[in-house]
Design a protein around this ligand. Structure first.
Ligand code: MSP
Length: 536
C-alpha cells in the first residue's frame, strides 16, 4: 500500500466543487445555476487571495441511465458521453465558469482513483457480498426504501410504483451485490454533524440529515451485476459486478484532489449541491471517506431549485429552459446576475424572462451603468480623471450619507458572500447604488460645470459616486465578471488593487486612495455603455 501524505489545509485554503452532471440529457438552466453559484464563490475566494483555489466541475458518465440514453440513440456509450460532456464544457465556458479542473468519470485517472478507493474500502473490511432486493429508480440511480414508494397510474392507466420523493418510476430488483456497512457509521456521522454546525448548510438541511441518520441507516448496495449494468467501472477482481454509479461519481472529488498521490489536497472546503442530492453528499460520501480514514468535506452547501411556471422543469413536460438560447439573447453577465439575485439556497425560484428584463433595465442598466456614465461624463469631468481627495471636514450631511452607505456595504456584503447569500449581497449593492444615484440627482452637478467657484463641490459630487462604483465593481467581480472588469478599467483601478484588501472606502486616507486609483488617477478612455436596456 502507498504511504499517502495529505496536504494540510491552511486557513486561507479554497477547494470548491460543483456536482458532476449526468450526460443522459442536454444541460438546462438549473445546471447552470449550480455551476454559476460555485463559480461566484470560487471567484470570491480568489479575490480574497485564498489558495490553492481548486475549482472543479465535470460530467457523470456511467450508469444505467446513460447506458439507456446511448442505446436509445443507437450510439456507442463513449461517443455519446463525449458529445454531451463537450456540450456541458462549452456551456460552462460560455457562462464564464472559471473551473480549473473538468473531470469526466470515464477518464483513466478517475477510473484508477475509484479502483484504489474501492480497494481501500475492501481492505478496511467495509464491504461484503450479499443478496439484495429492493426498489431501484434508474432516473435517480438509487435504491428506494419500501416506505418511500407509492403506487401510481400512468397516462395509459397502467399501475406502476414511483419514488414518493422524486416521482420517478422504481422497479423491483433482486441480485447479489457488494454492500457497504453504512449502518456502522451512524454515531460517527452524528458526531461529525453535531461538532460542525455548518457542515451541512443552510441549517434546515442539516436538521433533515440528522433526523434521517438518527432513525438508523441500512447498509448500502454499492455494486450492480454486470449482466444488468455494462456501462461502469468493474469491481476490481470481480468483473461480474460494476461499481455503483454514485460511489463512482462521488470519488470525482478525490480525483481532482490528486488522490492517492502524495500531497493531495484534502478536504474540499465547499461542495455545492442541489437539494435533490443532499443524502448522497451529506451521508453516503462522509461515511465512505470515514471508512478509508479521510476527513469529510468541510461544508456541503445546498441550494434550492429553479422551476418554470412554478412546476419542476422536466423534458417530458417541455418546460425546460435552454441555457444556450438564453445566452444568445441576454449574454452571460445578465443571466448570471439574474440567477444569483433571484436564486436562493432556501426556497425555489421561478424562472421568468420578464424578471430578467427588469433586472437588466433597473439594476444593471439604470442603477449601475447609468451612474458610471453620469459621474464620468466628459461634460462634467473634462480632465477625465478621478477627482482629488476632499477635505473630510467640509463634507455635507448628504456626502456623509453616501460615506455611511459605503461603509455599510463593505461591512455586510463580504460576510453575505462568504455564506453564499449572493441574493442578499446583490440587494445591498443595488441599495447602495440607489443612494449614490439619488445623491447625484439631488446635488445637480450639471449646474456647476464650468464654474470655477464650484469646482471643489463638483469634485466631491463626482468622487463619491466614483468610489461607490469602485467598491461595487470589486464586489461584483464574482457575479458579473465581464462588466465589473470593464467598469474597473474605466475607473482606472489598477489590476493589483482588485482584491478584498481594497474593499473599504479609501476617501479618508491619501495612501489608500493612491493605492486604489493609481498615482495618475486617470480614467480609461472606453466610454461604451455597460448594459443596454431592453423593451419590456
Ligand atoms: N450526477 C449527479 C451528481 C453527482 S455529484 C457526485 C446529478 N447530476 S444532475 O445532472 O442531475 O444534477 C446536477 C446538479 O444540477 C444538481 O446539483 C442538481 O440539483 C442541479 N439541478 C438539476 N435541476 C435543477 C433545477 N431545476 N434547479 C436548480 N438546480 C438543478 O445529480
Amino acid at each position: 500500500m502507498l504511504a499517502i501524505r495529505r496536504f494540510v489545509a491552511k486557513r486561507s485554503y479554497s477547494f470548491v466543487t460543483t456536482p458532476i452532471f449526468y450526460v443522459n440529457a442536454a444541460p438546462h438552466v438549473g445546471h447552470v445555476y449550480s455551476a454559476v453559484l460555485a463559480d461566484a464563490l470560487h471567484r470570491w475566494h480568489r479575490i480574497q487571495g485564498k489558495s490553492p483555489a481548486i475549482f472543479s466541475t465535470g460530467t457523470d458518465e456511467h450508469g444505467l441511465k446513460v447506458q439507456h440514453a446511448a442505446a436509445s440513440q443507437n450510439m456507442d456509450p463513449q461517443l455519446f458521453c463525449d458529445d454531451v460532456s463537450r456540450l456541458f464544457k462549452k456551456l460552462f465556458n460560455a457562462y464564464d465558469v472559471s473551473y480549473n479542473d473538468y473531470v469526466r468519470t470515464t477518464e483513466r485517472r478517475h477510473v484508477e482513483c475509484v479502483e484504489y478507493f474501492w480497494n481501500r474500502l475492501a481492505a478496511n473490511g467495509w464491504l461484503y457480498k450479499d443478496s439484495y432486493e429492493g426498489w431501484y429508480s434508474v432516473s435517480d440511480e438509487t435504491f428506494v426504501g419500501k416506505s418511500q414508494v407509492t403506487q401510481f397510474d400512468d397516462e395509459h392507466g397502467n399501475q406502476c410504483m414511483v419514488s414518493t420523493e422524486t416521482g420517478n418510476v422504481v422497479e423491483w430488483t433482486k441480485e447479489e451485490n457488494y454492500m457497504f456497512r453504512l449502518s456502522h457509521f451512524k454515531e460517527q456521522l452524528l458526531s461529525w454533524l453535531n461538532c460542525h454546525s455548518a457542515a451541512v448548510y443552510p441549517s434546515v438541511y442539516a436538521t433533515e440529515v440528522k433526523e434521517f441518520v438518527s432513525n438508523g441507516l441500512a447498509d448500502l448496495s454499492v455494486s450492480r451485476q454486470s449482466s444488468r449494468l455494462q456501462w461502469g467501472i468493474p469491481v476490481p477482481n470481480d468483473p461480474s459486478q460494476m461499481i455503483y454509479v454514485w460511489l463512482d461519481a462521488l470519488v470525482n472529488y478525490l480525483t481532482v484532489a490528486g488522490y492517492p498521490h502524495n500531497n493531495f489536497h484534502w478536504p474540499p472546503t465547499h461542495h455545492i449541491v442541489g437539494k435533490d442530492i443532499v443524502k448522497f453528499h451529506a451521508i453516503y460520501w462522509p461515511a465512505f471517506l470515514m471508512a478509508v480514514g479521510l476527513d469529510p468535506p468541510k461544508r456541503v452547501v445546498v441550494h434550492a431549485h429553479w422551476t418554470r411556471d412554478t412546476l419542476k422543469m422536466s423534458k417530458s413536460r417541455g418546460n425546460v429552459v435552454d441555457p444556450f438560447d438564453n445566452l444568445r439573447h441576454w449574454g452571460s453577465d445578465v443571466i448570471r446576475y439574474y440567477l444569483l439575485k433571484d436564486g436562493s439556497l432556501h426556497r425555489d425560484s421561478d424562472y421568468c424572462d420578464d424578471r430578467i428584463a427588469s433586472s437588466l433595465n433597473g439594476d444593471l442598466a439604470d442603477s449601475l451603468g447609468n451612474l458610471l456614465q453620469r459621474c464620468t461624463a466628459p461634460s462634467l469631468n473634462p480632465s477625465q480623471s478621478v477627482p482629488p481627495l476632499p477635505d473630510v471636514d467640509r463634507m455635507t450631511r448628504e456626502d456623509k450619507t453616501v460615506m455611511d452607505a459605503m461603509n455599510r456595504l463593505c461591512d455586510t456584503v463580504p460576510k453575505l458572500f462568504d455564506h453564499l447569500e449572493f441574493n442578499k449581497g446583490l440587494e445591498a449593492i443595488i441599495n447602495c447604488l440607489h443612494i449614490a444615484n439619488q445623491y447625484f440627482t439631488h446635488a445637480r452637478p450639471w449646474t456647476m460645470a464650468g464654474d470655477p467657484s464650484s469646482r471643489d463641490r463638483l469634485n466631491i459630487i463626482l468622487l463619491l459616486p466614483i468610489e461607490v462604483l469602485r467598491l461595487c465593481g470589486l464586489l461584483l467581480l464574482p457575479v458579473i465578471p465581464n462588466a465589473a472588469e470593464r467598469m474597473l478599467n474605466r475607473l482606472g483601478v489598477p489590476v493589483a488593487a482588485r482584491n478584498a484588501d481594497f474593499i473599504k472606502c479609501c476617501l479618508n486616507e491619501p495612501t489608500a486612495f493612491v493605492n486604489c486609483y493609481g498615482v495618475e488617477c486617470a480614467l480609461d478612455g472606453d466610454m461604451s455603455v455597460l448594459f443596454r436596456k431592453v423593451k419590456i
